[in-house]
Design a protein around this ligand. Structure first.
Ligand SMILES: O=C(O)[C@H](O)COP(=O)(O)O
Length: 258
C-alpha cells in the first residue's frame, strides 16, 4: 500500500524523524555532539514510529542519518518494525545535532537556576547567539574523534547557534537529500531536534523570531509534501495530535527551573 498525498498538487514528499528519547534527554542534559544511546523509552518510541510508518503505508528507498548513535539506533529500531533493514543508509556529520559547546553535559534546569530561564532560552532557541564554546584543548573537541577524521578541521565546531547549523545542514540537503527526492526516491531522514529545526526553517522560510518557538518532539514522523520544484506545500506529524502537542510542550519546558 502507498499512502496518497494530502495536498492534491504534491509530487514529492520526505519524512523527517527526530531520534527517540536518549539517556541524556531523560536526565535533561545538554547533549549536542556528545554521543549517547537511546533510553528504554527512546527504544519504544523508535519502534512505535516504525510501526506507525508501516501502518500508514510509507515505503522508503533511501535513508539518511547523522553519525550519532541515537539517530542510527532510532532508524534501526524503526527499520525492524518496517522490515526495511536492507535499505541504503547514508550517514553524515552534517545532520548531527547542533553543537552545544561548553553546555554539553550540564543539566538544563540547573543551568536555568544558575543563569536564568531567559538566558537558557537564548542558548537553546535563538537563531544567532551560540552557547559558550568548548576550549580547543578540551578532550571533547570533535577534532579528537576519529569519526570526524575526514571532515576538514576548520569545519568542526566548538559551539554552534542555529544559524551555524543551517550553514552546514542546508548544503547537504541540496547536494544529497533533495537530489534523491527529485530523482523519485522516498527518503527518510533521521536526525536531531536542532538539525531538523534548521531544515524546517529553510523549507518553510520561518522567521528568526518564529523559530524561537519551534520545538520538535522525539520520534514522531514529520511528513513534508512538495510540488515539482521541491517547494514545500505543507507538513504534518503522524499520530495522535494531542499527544504530539504535549511532547512539544515537554521539549520547550526542559529549560525551566526546577
Ligand atoms: O542536544 C540536546 O540537548 C537535545 O537533543 C536538543 O536540545 P534542545 O531542545 O535543548 O535544543
Amino acid at each position: 500500500m502507498q499512502t496518497v498525498f494530502k495536498n492534491a498538487l504534491a509530487k514529492y514528499r520526505v519524512v523527517f524523524l527526530r531520534h527517540g528519547e536518549s539517556q541524556w534527554n531523560k536526565e535533561n542534559r545538554f547533549t549536542g555532539w556528545h554521543d549517547v544511546t537511546l533510553s528504554q523509552k527512546g527504544v519504544e518510541e523508535a519502534k512505535a514510529a516504525g510501526q506507525l510508518l508501516k501502518k500508514e503505508g510509507f515505503q522508503f528507498h533511501q535513508v539518511y542519518t547523522s553519525v550519532l548513535t541515537r539517530a542510527i539506533q532510532t532508524y534501526n529500531y524503526a527499520a525492524e518494525e518496517m522490515g526495511c533493514h536492507y535499505l541504503p543508509v547514508t550517514k553524515s556529520w552534517r545532520l548531527n545535532e547542533r553543537h552545544y559547546g561548553a553546555l554539553q553535559g550540564l543539566n538544563k534546569s540547573e543551568t536555568a537556576q544558575k543563569h536564568g530561564e531567559d538566558q537558557v532560552k537564548i542558548w537553546r532557541r535563538s537563531y544567532d547567539i551560540p552557547p559558550p564554546p568548548l576550549d580547543p584543548t578540551d578532550a571533547r573537541n570533535p577534532a579528537n574523534d576519529r569519526r570526524y577524521a575526514d571532515v576538514p578541521k576548520d569545519a568542526l565546531p566548538l559551539t554552534e547557534c542555529l544559524k551555524d547549523t543551517v550553514v552546514r545542514v542546508i548544503p547537504y540537503w541540496h547536494d544529497h537529500i533533495a537530489k534523491d527526492i527529485l530523482a523519485g526516491k522516498n527518503v527518510l531522514v533521521v536526525a536531531h531536534g536542532n538539525s531538523l529545526r534548521s531544515i524546517v526553517k529553510y523549507l518553510d522560510n520561518v522567521s528568526e523570531k518564529d523559530i524561537l518557538e519551534l520545538n520538535i518532539p522525539t520520534s514522531v514522523p514529520l511528513v513534508y509534501e512538495f510540488d515539482s520544484n521541491l517547494k514545500s506545500l505543507g507538513s504534518y506529524y503522524l499520530g495522535d495530535q494531542e499527544e504530539i502537542r504535549r511532547k512539544m510542550e515537554a521539549v520547550a519546558k526542559q529549560g525551566a527551573k526546577k
